[in-house]
Design a protein around this ligand. Structure first.
Ligand SMILES: Cc1cc2nc3c(=O)[nH]c(=O)nc-3n(C[C@H](O)[C@H](O)[C@H](O)COP(=O)(O)OP(=O)(O)OC[C@H]3O[C@@H](n4cnc5c(N)ncnc54)[C@H](O)[C@@H]3O)c2cc1C
Length: 316
């Protein structure tokens, strides 16, 4: 059976839920395909201290519960399934999950991005307890501590420099003997007395039980292993936007981020994008939520321009 909606929102992070709140309040019938990872990236973190309105901070999962409740309150229908196939070649657009086919006048893609991890079991066990992939989000918790950053690009340099505002010392660990970062960023990092460099090394284990207290590293040239006392580990080895479903359908950059062409609209009229899936620069809950709001407003105006009667879905 096919079900019709004014808009289908794919993704249930801050971008998707905010878009749902705005779209539902503008009298559109809204379906949010939440994905199997309901709530998005903030479900993986503990304290969120930089989202305005929560002056004493809030746990990531608690915050996403509030986003979800607010979207529900305005009548958005939420389904915890992944979109597995889309047909954006004509309107109404079609989005399929494992169980159902849905159609809508417009779509907002808010599928987010995933930080790349090393893939060590100990790294996953200590995620949120010393191990993180977001310096802007979590740097503040490492005041006066010893931390390591892994990576060799501009992001790794930026994050290492940023972390020196809080940490006593930052060790930049890189598995090769040279960085791929721009010279200017390298120079800035090298000039910072709080940063040291451990080249030709890779992390083989994150150490600690309740929280991280060290790293085991291997020299990639000699194979020699050693332990380093360390309070925090920041991964800066890149992010992967969740866009494989849209490859060959929507315009993306070379790394797979969706490029909006007019405000938040993609190259396909009626398909909009919001949040980390199109943002490799800011990657924050508040910017993702802001984008969700923009996408919903853009979509509503676009539907009006098309002469679509918002609120009526009897086009079968
Ligand atoms: C460890 C960690 C800590 C962080 N801490 C903070 C912080 O303190 N403050 C802050 O502002 N930001 C923080 N961030 C960043 C913040 O989480 C992201 O910027 C924000 O979640 C991006 O929101 P989004 O809605 O764009 O995407 P996401 O939160 O990534 O959500 C994407 C959603 O899309 C869904 N999805 C993906 N593919 C499909 C599909 N095919 N079908 C259906 N659904 C799909 C996923 O299930 C998910 O629900 C942190 C990130 C991490 C990883």
């Amino acid at each position: 059976m096919t079900k019709n909606y004014g808009v289908i929102i794919i993704g249930s992070g801050p971008a998707g839920y905010t878009a749902a709140i705005y779209a539902a309040r503008s009298n559109l019938s809204v379906l949010v395909l939440q994905g199997y990872e309901v709530g998005g990236q903030l479900m993986q973190t503990s304290d969120v201290e930089n989202y305005p309105g929560f002056e004493t901070g809030i746990l990531g999962p608690d915050m996403m519960e509030k986003f979800e409740a607010q979207a529900r309150r305005f009548g958005a229908e939420l389904i915890p399934e992944d979109a597995i196939e889309v047909d954006f070649s004509k309107r109404p657009f079609t989005v399929k999950t494992d169980t159902t086919e849905y159609r809508s006048r417009a779509v907002i893609i808010a599928t987010g991005a995933s930080a790349k991890w090393l893939g060590l079991p100990s790294e996953q066990q200590l995620r949120g307890r010393g191990v993180t992939a977001c310096a802007t989000c979590d740097g503040f918790f490492f005041k006066g501590k010893n931390v390591a950053v892994i990576g060799g690009g501009d992001t790794a340099m930026e994050e290492a420099i940023f972390l020196t505002r809080y940490a006593d010392h930052v060790t930049l660990i890189h598995r090769r003997d040279s960085f791929r970062a721009s010279k200017i960023m390298q120079n800035r990092a090298e000039a910072n007395p709080k940063i040291s460099f451990l080249m030709n090394h890779e992390v083989t284990e994150v150490l600690g039980n309740d929280s991280m207290n060290g790293l085991q590293v291997r020299n990639t040239k000699t194979g020699a292993e050693e332990k380093l006392a360390m309070d925090g580990l920041f991964l800066a080895i890149g992010h992967q936007p969740n866009t494989s479903l849209f490859k060959g359908i929507i315009e993306m950059d070379e790394t797979g981020y969706i490029i909006p062409t007019e405000y938040t609209m993609t190259n396909i009229p009626g398909i909009f994008v919001a949040g980390d899936v199109s943002d490799h620069r800011y990657r924050q809950a508040v910017t993702a939520a802001g984008e969700g709001c923009r996408a919903a407003i853009d979509l509503e105006r676009w539907l009006e321009e098309q002469g679509d009667e918002v609120g009526i879905e009897n086009w079968d």
